[in-house]
Design a protein around this ligand. Structure first.
Ligand SMILES: *Cc1c(COP(=O)(O)O)cnc(C)c1O
Length: 382
């Protein structure tokens, strides 16, 4: 099966012995009756442990990453917390890429440290000091990264991680499984915030983990139930529904983003544009090697004072000033004040996350309307 065939059919084969639904029903029951006390009759006992709607989603999630196993959680961060608590113990260490989702850094800094798990961050786009990898239990990276769209060589990082007997975790939220499959490049674990492209409609919070390794899966499956941060049946349904159009959405996100990026590059109000599809992009070569497309996220440095930038944002009609990404509607934000405000000021500046950096999630609207909207906003800046 190719991508969309899997996305549409896996986990939802019509149950012809039952009612024949072509779409899996939303099983809202929290508990399941059985014929005898020893074994659950239909395979289910309690919804935290297992639920038929969530199971359909978990099969679909595995299928779209070509993974052996998929697991669904109540948010991306719930998936991350369950993963960290499953694989690490006191005294263990994490090395992570430096351009990270703010919430991921917050778990490392404010949660895991209290359990005696330390972390360091490093730029993984260039040459990496071997010494920094020594003795680390988890290597964690995000590519393309948030918000600067840095692209990290997954294959190289997998080799380095495995040379040190560490586990490589890749947050694949930005690319989506349609454009990038880190397991095939040597990663051990994939994390997704399904809230973003996978569900794709800004109406369901969720997270996923995909793995091939039986041992890691067993620990995760145990803790998914033991910790209990599972995805609800209704959110499982929404996410199942979203995945069916992932391919067509990603294709359109990409073609819209490419046109928006090229438009921005030609504007005198713009200093630089960060989009992996642009010829001028610093990481274009490695992006081409490991991704089959460049997605719908981009960022750019805009020239002007705070007041001009606020005028620009206020004038936009189709780009809502909001956090999050990956939905059908276009969103725009300033990471410095919004998504990345929890990173210490000095560090934000050092990384280039200034008040002039704008992040865009390019939606599925007609791109001519999006470009006209941006044009008007640039005019209103002055
Ligand atoms: C949103 C996001 C997360 C966290 O997911 P939630 O569903 O918001 O908990 C993690 N990583 C990346 C790259 C994200 O964009």
């Amino acid at each position: 099966m190719r991508f969309s065939t899997k996305a549409i059919h896996t986990g939802e084969e019509p149950d012809l012995d039952g009612k024949g639904d072509v779409v899996v029903p939303i099983h809202i029951s929290t508990t399941f009756a059985r014929m005898n006390p020893e074994i659950p009759t239909g395979g289910y006992e309690y919804t935290r442990t297992g639920n038929p709607t969530r199971k359909a989603l978990e099969e679909k999630l595995a299928a779209i990453e070509d993974a052996k196993y998929g697991l669904a959680f109540s948010s991306g961060l719930a998936a991350e917390s369950t993963l960290l608590l499953s694989l690490l113990k006191k005294g263990d260490e994490i090395v992570a890429s430096d351009d990270l989702y703010g919430g991921t850094r917050r778990i490392f800094e404010s949660v895991m440290k209290n359990f005696g798990v330390n972390y360091i961050t490093t730029d993984m786009t260039g040459e990496i000091d071997e010494r920094i990898m020594k003795g680390k239990n988890i290597v964690w990276l995000e590519t393309p990264s948030n918000p600067l769209m840095k692209v990290i060589d997954i294959k190289k990082m997998a080799e380095m991680a495995h040379d040190n007997s560490s586990i490589l975790v890749v947050d694949n939220t930005f690319a989506s499984p349609y454009f990038q499959n880190p397991l095939k490049l040597g990663a051990d674990v994939i994390i997704h915030s399904t809230t973003k492209y996978i569900n794709g409609h800004s109406d369901s919070l969720g997270g996923a983990i995909m793995v091939n390794d039986d041992n890691i899966h067993e620990k995760l499956k145990f803790n998914q139930n033991a910790i209990g941060a599972v995805l609800s049946p209704f959110d499982s349904f929404l996410t199942l529904r979203g995945i069916k159009t992932l391919q067509v959405r990603m294709e359109r996100h990409q073609s819209n983003a490419m046109k928006v990026a090229e438009f921005l590059e030609g504007r005198k109000e713009v200093e630089s544009v960060y989009y992996p599809g642009l010829q001028s992009f610093k990481y274009k070569e490695i992006a081409m090697k490991q991704m089959s497309g460049y997605g719908g996220m981009l960022s750019f440095h805009i020239k002007g004072k705070r007041e001009n930038i606020n005028n620009f944002l206020r004038t936009l009609k189709y780009f809502s000033l909001a956090e999050s990404l990956g939905g059908v509607e276009s969103l725009i934000e300033i990471p410095y004040f919004m998504t990345h405000s929890s990173i210490p000021e000095e560090e934000r500046r050092k990384k280039g996350i200034s008040e002039n950096l704008i992040r865009v999630s390019v939606g599925l609207e007609d791109v001519e309307d999006l470009i006209l909207d941006l044009e008007n906003a640039f005019t209103a800046m002055r």
